[in-house]
Design a protein. Sequence first.
Length: 142
Amino acid sequence: MILAENGKWRVYRCGKRLKPSLTRLAGPPVAGNNRPMREPIRGHHDIGGLLAGPVEKTEHDYAFWEKRVDALNVLLAAKGHLRVDEMRKNIEALPPDAYDRMTYYERWISAIANTLLQRGVLTADELGRKMEEIARREGVAP
């Protein structure tokens, strides 16, 4: 049942309750890139529903640095320096070869760094200097 119409949008009644649902009048629904929404666009990271082998359901001990990445994520989010949607966007923006090569927490730390750079919390120079300092302290090549 149509409740209202203004030439561009139609409001429908759904089910027994009055629950408006807007529908465009002209043409099929399209996504922002003008492709019909029925044609999904998959990113390299989006493997939902695809065959990917068995899922390993075993617990493991986390490395110290993985625990630190998780703690850093929690603290930065609590301070308002990053949000889940920014983390997800930056993880999904990784090139396919980097995404496949990195572990779960390596993707997280990459996304955290990119978010802080994008927000201007850190500069690339500050991050580079800190990475060199840590590499020297740990005795590894930067």
